[in-house]
Design a protein around this ligand. Structure first.
Ligand code: 23J
Ligand code: MN
Length: 267
């Protein structure tokens, strides 16, 4: 073995030890998939996303005496889910832009968490601006290239109608302004951007230029999205490792998934 390979082997052994001892926690950032979990609602002239549905095939009964199992249906964009570049027109020609084409090493990587929970509590249309990012960096250091950036809002604690927060003029929820996504993608070179809300964009994101700037800019640059995340309050601002591997759906534009974070124990 080379010295590098020995070092990497030792590092993985240390990780295994840390996982067993609890020095590294595994934190689940995923909502439970069930029919009540809200899905995005678009204006009525557009096609709509399906909620999660489950039907019993058998339950240790005449349909299958020793086994229980279900069929389920949902959208690629139902529940806690991954957005691939091919989801958006700006990313339609991005190489390896569908979930089945993305290289597996892209599914494991470092993560930064920008806490916008106070702002979002005060203003349901709270905007993540470049200044919020620069303020975060002044405290925590520059966002490393190829990391995930997650916007914490505590929106995941909302239930029922309050989650989509639909008003006469459409949904209201926090999200990034175009210049913030430009900064993250083109100046910091992030891998992807994730939120606790139903989209990577603000509820009113259709009114920006370009419309839905997170989708447009991220996917146009071959970057990824994560939505409907939970438990972001359990993550440190930096230093955690994100595991987010979508289902391998041929030509899939996204997928529900289990999102996990490896988090060093505090203190
Ligand atoms: C389609 C159109 C607009 C949006 C979305 C989907 C999502 O948020 C999504 O789940 O990717 S904003
Ligand atoms: Mn999506």
């Amino acid at each position: 073995m080379t010295e590098d390979a020995q070092g990497a082997t030792a590092m993985l052994a240390d990780l295994a030890t840390a996982l067993v001892s609890g020095d590294v926690d595994v934190v689940d950032l995923t909502h439970t998939l069930d029919p009540d979990f809200p899905v995005i609602v678009l204006p009525p002239e557009f096609g709509q996303c399906a909620r999660f549905r489950m039907e019993e095939i058998s339950a240790y009964d005449h349909r299958g005496p020793a086994w229980k199992w279900h069929n389920f249906t949902c959208s690629e964009h139902t529940g806690t889910h991954f957005d691939a570049p091919s989801h958006w027109i700006s990313g339609r020609d991005v190489p390896n832009g569908a979930v089945d084409e993305i290289a597996p090493e892209r599914f494991v990587g470092p993560v930064c968490v920008i806490d916008c929970s106070e702002g979002a509590a005060a203003d349901e249309d709270f905007e993540l601006t470049p200044q919020v990012i620069l303020d975060w960096e002044a405290t925590h250091g520059r966002i490393p290239k190829d990391s995930w950036v997650l916007m914490r809002t505590d929106w995941s604690r909302r239930r029922g109608e309050a989650y989509l927060n639909m008003k006469d003029d459409g949904p209201h929820s926090p999200g990034p302004v175009p210049a913030a996504v430009e900064l993250l993608v083109h100046e910091r070179g992030i891998r992807g951007f994730g939120t606790e809300t139903v989209g990577t964009d603000a509820g009113q994101g259709s009114h920006y230029t370009p419309p839905y700037p997170a989708h447009h800019i991220l996917h146009g640059a071959g970057r990824y999205g994560l939505q409907c995340l939970a438990n972001l309050d359990l993550l440190p601002p930096r230093g955690a490792m994100l595991l987010a591997a979508p289902l391998k759906i041929r030509n899939g534009t996204g997928s529900p998934l289990r999102v996990l974070a490896l988090v060093p124990r505090a203190g």
